[in-house]
Design a protein around this ligand. Structure first.
Ligand code: FES
Length: 383
């Protein structure tokens, strides 16, 4: 048995009082969870502590909290590891537990998942709309399709990614990583009949797939390795490349402008990004009225960046200069990826696969040295 100090954030909005911190010491083995520590305090010292939990086995997703500032499942975080993390971050070994972010607090460590998380999940029509006619017995789908969506199916809806989403912090209306990962679960499912409609709605929504800023916070936060940001990027690829969707929010053009600028300059040319996003690659594109409007609204942010020395006006206006050898190397990557110079033929069908599922394929031939051999699906690379 060892002693662990827990620092809990307490808050009851109905009381009208400000939030405060509450410290308790628990005696438990180090491999016991932070949740067990909190429940011990609740059972023996203060029954008024609000914490939500159910399975205690990292399955139901109800005990999401922030531990030492990071989103986590309280039932899946060992006390000794949490203590070590608190020591490493200069917290003197005191385990700090707070409610998740981006959601209103109901009481202490319990947040209102209905007000944010579930509301957003409902926006993506989170059920399968099956293809017609429905087969008499069952739909037959290839295993790669199922491998592809298994990662999103592993989501336990704990809200950890929502808690840490920086885009949602800035724009609370952003549909968010959990809902978009859920959306990919159906877009990647060949039995679903509404891929185009789903993708179009998520692309045209100003708070949809193009509102993600690739901060990777959701990837780090997820306790189940669902990789929500990866699913958002897949939704974008399928929407733009396979369905040719051009959205009103300029998301598709902005991505294109970004990649074309890197192709042309070897690095991002900030001053060109805005005009190209609106007016395309042509020189006259600079005078697109929407680009001017956007530029004007961005001026305060630009001025701030210049004054703080984050951007030098010269570099921003003229772009970065790469040595020509390096620029050629970048451009040759583009030529290879885009297949320029090669004989024109239909692009190969792209498979969206992930490497989430591991294990052996029971049908595969045993290898000569007697082991089970390579699995089919799990060895394929994501493309
Ligand atoms: Fe179910 Fe923690 S109690 S995930």
């Amino acid at each position: 048995m060892a002693e662990f100090k827990l620092r809990l954030r307490r808050y009851d909005p109905e009381s009208g009082e400000a939030p405060y911190w509450d410290e308790h010491t628990v005696e438990l083995e180090g491999h016991r969870s932070v949740l067990e520590g909190i429940l011990q305090v609740k059972g023996s010292e203060d029954g008024s502590i609000g914490i939500r939990c159910s399975c205690r086995a990292a399955i139901c997703g109800s005990c999401g909290v922030r531990i030492n500032g990071e989103p986590a499942l309280a039932c899946n975080t060992h006390l000794d590891r949490a203590q070590q993390a608190a020591e490493a971050t200069g917290g003197g070994g005191v385990i700090v537990v707070e409610p998740m972010g981006n959601m209103p607090v109901i009481k202490d460590l319990i947040v209102d998942m209905d007000a944010v998380h579930w509301k957003k999940i409902r926006r993506v029509t989170p059920w399968l709309i099956n293809k017609q006619p429905v087969p008499e017995r069952e739909y037959l789908v290839d295993r790669e399709s199922m491998v592809d969506i298994t990662q999103t199916m592993a989501c336990i809806q704990c809200g950890a990614c929502v808690s840490d989403c920086l885009s949602m912090e800035v724009d609370p209306g952003f549909i968010g990583p959990a809902a978009l990962a859920k959306a990919y679960r159906f877009v990647g499912d060949p039995r679903d009949d509404r891929h185009g409609e789903r993708l179009n709605a998520l692309s045209q929504d100003p708070e949809g797939i193009f509102d993600c800023t690739h901060c990777f916070k959701c990837v780090q936060a997820c306790p189940k390795e669902v990789n929500p940001m990866g699913q958002i990027m897949r939704l974008r690829r399928v929407a733009t490349s396979d369905f040719g969707i051009v959205d009103h929010n300029n998301g598709e053009r902005h991505e294109k402008a970004f990649t074309n600028l890197v192709r042309d300059y070897g690095l991002l040319h900030e001053a060109e990004l805005l005009p190209r996003s609106y007016g395309g690659d042509s020189w006259f594109g600079k005078f697109h009225p929407a680009a001017g409007k956007e530029l004007l609204s961005s001026l305060p942010a630009i001025m701030k960046a210049v004054l703080r020395g984050k951007v030098s006006p010269r570099k921003a206006l003229l772009g970065h200069k790469l040595p020509s050898r390096d620029l050629k190397a970048v451009q040759s990557i583009y030529r290879q990826v885009e297949g320029k110079g090669a004989k024109k033929e239909a692009p190969p069908k792209r498979h969206e696969l992930n490497l989430y599922v591991t294990g052996y394929d029971e049908d595969s031939e045993p290898s000569p040295n007697g082991d089970a051999g390579d699995s089919g699906a799990d060895q394929k690379e994501a493309s």
